[in-house]
Each structure stands twice: as C-alpha cells, then as structure tokens.
Write a protein that binds this ligand. Sequence first.
Ligand code: SF4
Length: 224
Amino acid sequence: MDPLSALSAIYDFYGQFVANLPLACGPGCATCCSVNVTVTELEIEFLRQHPLSGDRRVLEQVENVRNRPHFIPEFTTNQLAEFCLTRREPPAETGTHAPGACPLLNSEGLCMVYTHRPFSCRAMLSRTRCRTKLAAEIAPFIYTVNLTIYQLIEHLDRQGRSGNMLDMLCGDREQTTGNRTIPGFPVAPDEQVKHQRFLDKLAAFPAGNAQLVEYFPKDLFRNC
Ligand code: SF4
C-alpha cells in the first residue's frame, strides 16, 4: 500500500467533490497564495514529483522567502481535533500569519506546481472574491469536509511531520510538529448524516489497486 497513491486519490476525490460548487476562485486569483501554507511531509513528497519543484531558481526563491517571517504551526489538525472530541478548549496558536506571497507563484499569478499543490491550497474555496475582504468565504459543510481531509492526510503520514511548506521544502524539520493518528472526526450534529454520506463515497474511491478505505483503520469511516 502506497500512501502517495492514497494521497493522489484523495486529491482526485476532493477535486470531483467540489467541481460543481459555485466558486469565485479562478486562474490568476492568488490572494490565498501566501507564505503561511501548512503541509505534511507526505504532501511535500508528492509536490516534489512535479518537475519544477526541483528547479534551481525555484528553490532559490523558496530559500530567500523562508528567511522572512512566516506562520509556523504548533499543533497538527489531529491534535486539535482531539481537543474538540474530548471537549477541551483547543490551545491558541501563538504564531502569526505573515504578509508575503508564496514563492511558487509565477509572475502571472499562477501556481508553478498547480497539479501537485498541497491540500491547504486546494481547500481555499471561496464563494466570494477574496481580494475584497482578504479572506475566503468557505461554505460551512465544505469547511467540515476540509477538516476531514486534513485529518485523513495527516493519518496517512502519521510517521511524518507537519509544518510550514517553506521550511518543509528546505528540509528544515526543527520548526515542524509530529503527526498523529485520527482520534475521530469532530462534526456538528446537524451535519453528521451528510458527513457520513461524504465518508462513504470517499471510502469507496479507488486508490491504486485498492480503495481509500483500505488505508485507514476499519471503523474509522463509521466513527462520527
Ligand atoms: S503552492 Fe501554489 S497554490 Fe499553493 S500557495 Fe503556493 S502558489 Fe499558491
């Protein structure tokens, strides 16, 4: 079982799931492409399969920007989910989101590694133009679904770490945090039926020679 196949399948599944949503996002709109993108090591491995990710000039750009302030997450998604599921207040992050564009954006405002971009980039699906409010307006159920996908990806990479994409691309593990297994999915009571239908579809989605369900603990997809 290859976690990269499962990650690729999750990206494909999510792409199909959101394909017909009424979104304001489009080519050249890059307000969310900042220096604050959080990723897992598995996603960096996937991103490195893109030919341009190894380009010397691209790597230099990443290295230059990494020395500027950027958000460094202290907690992983599954750590925060565990707080919610045990009815404890999640600790607040002390890191701040710094200004600055992602160095993987080209001069036309397009992502140079678009097909291999991490989930944080795929998840920023706004119903309104972000440029106006400088924040994405994400539909409540998509927000829930995004959280689930973050959790699944972290679980796939449970031996790995999470951190800022710039640090990860530069191989700096010092400012990263160890990933966790999924403690369950925190889902609001009024979304549980819809969420279960989403999980059922995701579980049956093909991933290499298997289905996504085979990459996760048996009971996980009946866990909320
Ligand atoms: S990796 Fe691509 S999509 Fe993600 S923030 Fe950078 S330029 Fe934007």
